[in-house]
Design a protein around this ligand. Structure first.
Ligand SMILES: *Cc1c(COP(=O)(O)O)cnc(C)c1O
Length: 703
């Protein structure tokens, strides 16, 4: 029988490897031990284990069932970590190679405030799949002391940005030490002197993620560099990106690691490319030769279809902070500037730098690849636009993390053991035979769980504000439409409210109730985005909609998971083609939550490439493929199309029940969604596409 000290060390091991974040049995064990609750401890299992008294541990150790569950979870983790027959091994992967993924954000767990939104969630899912597939892979990011804000909403709909600090000592991270047991330190030169950079290490399954930290530098201004996540000014941003790119490559070298490929996730990491030039330049290569050579090692993913969204630094800032690096490279700053500028791009532009230094560049969906080629065509004058060297690798999501337990149980039975790692279309064929009543029951259970989560959040908010919670109006059996995303104006959060009377008729129908759940943050500097939140919160109080709309504050990973598993319909209506990919709709699709979306990002591809594999259909396309139209016209047409689909198709299909109360056609659509869309939109598929770009496996062997 386990003794208390063994139990403590076992639990601490479970807590410190973030596999629990996507492996439900381990997560449950840890969450159950939380005092007073999982939420109250910030969903931080390290704090939970540290807070267990010896008496409580004795009690746990004396409960054979509980002790055995914990022991089994630890054995499972050991087996996972020790496996020698991973996908990578089975496909002849070369363990002398190493891919390093540099990203300004990683969403690894709710307790680590190291991400702001979709980019971070994608990076997190990339790491989770890289771990499951067994790749030689490392992630690198920054250790922000102040993470992206936690959102509270005031009674009048005003967004309040509360701090989201990271107290590293209490989190599942460990300091990176040198041979003498001291903090390993690397140096990065800037226009303000040399900055000392230390690192934290995080175990994410079989993968390690390093977070670079300037917090131990003796100079206060240097310590502040890695403090804010996207909160600083342009200069802070430049300095952060120097630490990420240059510091990241130097940290790996200091650890004795030799990456064979660097993946720049967005332009933020582009300075890594400059640091890669250094070894060649010192060995005597010309700049052109060094660039040619570095290109074989660099992979770049761009995520931003909006020209203004790319990092640019004015000449004086770039010159000041890059001059010391240029000197170390032995190249005049103006020559480096040529790499980061081009026709129509006079300022230092990180995307331009990355495009010039990476041998393989891609957007994140087919449509986004095309938009990116058009956007950067001017850098390749004389080249036909279709030959601009930017391809696409369509994003995905991590299946085991995002498929909710209700549907996962059924899918596991149907697809078989290892279902969560299967991304070949054939493997998902048995979903055709899934029992309709069972799937409908799973849908209802997931919806009930979501409504409970929504009511909890609304009650907590009401208590804080001293108001009455209006969550009581939510109905766990009503058709539930969810809209959860960043409040950027191009996403058009208020499109569905263009005609409130028409919306109200839909929501308050006496026999066919419909409800709308909304969540999402607006950037603290985005006034128009915050105004949209205010408008939607005001709408929740409009007597015409009778409490059938709720705005849920504090959109985070856990709420995202509950919404994408528990809604019936996932609504997305950006202005095409401004949504590069969008991954929340993929999470929904795998849960059998039907997408109702404008033909943008991943959905454009889902519909054009996979609709013919559906028996009934896996969702609905709102509007057509027009682009660059007058905004008012486009909004009016898309809103009209949205209402028509809701009234004529979504609501009638949902309420068309058989004698047993099952909406057969709806359930058939759920099956199409799960069967057809899970394999191509899983991050396992995405990471395997990148493995080919990384050259970790000879292309013929991959798959
Ligand atoms: C999946 C997810 C995202 C990204 O989804 P989009 O469709 O790109 O908006 C953002 N935030 C959270 C919390 C998520 O779970």
């Amino acid at each position: 029988m386990a003794d208390a000290p063994t139990l403590r060390s076992d639990l601490d091991r479970l807590a410190r490897n973030l596999r629990w974040f996507w492996h439900e049995p381990a997560r449950q064990i840890l969450a159950e031990l939380a005092e007073p609750s999982w939420d109250a401890v910030g969903r931080n299992p390290v704090a939970i284990v540290a807070g267990l008294s010896d008496a409580r541990l004795e009690e746990l150790a004396a409960d054979p069932q509980r002790a055995e569950r914990i022991a089994a979870a630890v054995r499972d983790l050991d087996e996972y970590l020790g496996a020698s027959d991973t996908w990578f091994d089975r496909h002849g992967g070369d363990r002398d190679r190493l891919a390093v993924y540099l990203s300004a954000e990683f969403a690894l767990a709710d307790c680590l405030h190291t991400y702001s939104g979709g980019l971070g969630v994608l990076a997190g899912d990339h790491v989770r799949s890289a771990s499951d597939l067994g790749l030689p892979f490392i992630g690198v990011s920054l250790a922000y002391d102040d993470g992206y804000f936690q959102q509270r909403i005031g009674a009048d709909g005003t967004q309040v940005a509360e701090p989201a600090p990271n107290r590293w000592e209490d989190l599942p991270v460990a300091p990176v030490l040198d041979a003498d047991g001291q903090r390993l330190t690397v140096e990065v030169e800037t226009g303000d002197g040399v900055v000392q950079v230390t690192a934290w290490s995080i175990e994410v399954g079989r993968v390690r993620v390093y977070l670079l930290d300037t917090g131990t530098d003796p100079v206060p201004a240097h310590r502040a560099i890695t403090a804010p996540l996207y909160g600083g000014d342009n200069e802070t941003r430049l300095l952060q990106e120097l630490v990420l790119g240059v510091g990241g490559v130097r940290l790996l070298a200091a650890l004795g690691l030799h990456p064979t490929v660097l993946h720049l996730n967005e332009g933020h990491a582009a300075f890594a490319g400059l640091e890669r030039l250094r070894a060649r330049l010192t060995a005597g290569a010309t700049l052109a030769e060094a660039v040619e050579d570095a290109r074989t090692e660099l992979v770049f993913t761009t995520h931003t279809p909006v020209p203004a969204g790319h990092d640019r630094f004015p000449h004086h800032l770039a010159a000041r902070h890059l001059a010391p690096l240029a000197e170390r490279l032995g190249v005049p700053f103006e020559r480096l500037l040529e790499l980061a500028t081009g026709e129509g791009e006079p300022d230092w532009n990180q995307t331009v730098l990355a495009l010039h230094l990476a041998g393989r560049s891609n957007g994140v969906a087919r449509l986004h690849g095309r938009v990116s080629r058009e956007m950067w065509h001017r850098l390749w004058p004389g080249t036909p636009v279709e030959d601009v060297p930017i391809g696409h690798v369509t994003n995905g999501v991590h299946v085991e993390r995002w498929v909710g337990p209700e549907v996962a149980r059924l899918v596991a039975r149907q697809v078989g053991p290892g279902w969560e790692h299967r991304f070949e279309a054939d493997a998902w064929e048995p979903i055709r035979d899934l029992d309709a009543a069972a799937l409908w029951a799973a849908r209802a259970a997931a919806r009930h769980r979501l409504i409970a989560v929504a009511q909890d959040r609304l009650a907590a908010q009401a208590e804080r504000l001293g108001t009455v919670a209006d969550g009581a109006g939510l109905d766990p059996d009503a058709l539930t439409i969810a809209f959860a995303r960043r409040f950027a104006t191009y996403k058009r959060a208020t499109l569905i409210a263009r005609d409130v009377d028409r919306l109200a008729r839909l929501l308050t129908h006496p026999d066919r109730p419909v409800q709308l759940l909304i969540a999402g943050k607006a950037h603290p500097a985005d006034r128009p985005g915050q105004q949209l939140i205010r408008e939607l919160v005001a709408l929740t109080h409009d007597p015409r909609v009778e409490g059938r709309i709720a705005f849920l504050e504090g959109y985070d990973l856990e709420l995202g998971a509950a919404l994408t598993a528990g809604a019936d319909v996932w609504l997305n209506n950006p202005l095409r083609p401004l949504e590069a990919s969008g991954t929340s709709g993929m999470k929904a699709a795998m849960n059998g939550v039907l997408n109702l979306s404008v033909l943008d990002g991943w959905w454009d591809e889902a519909v054009s490439d996979f609709a013919d594999q559906a028996e009934v259909g896996f969702g609905w396309a709102v509007g057509g493929t027009a682009e660059d139209r007058d905004r008012t016209t486009q909004d009016a047409e898309d809103a009209a199309a949205l209402y028509a689909i809701l009234e004529d198709e979504v609501v009638p299909t949902f309420h068309d029940r058989d004698a047993a109360g099952v909406p057969q056609r709806w359930v058939a659509m759920m099956k199409d969604s799960i069967r057809v869309l899970t394999p191509p939109f899983s991050t396992h598929r995405m990471v395997v596409d990148y493995v080919e770009r990384y050259g970790l496996i000879t292309p013929a062997l991959a798959r």
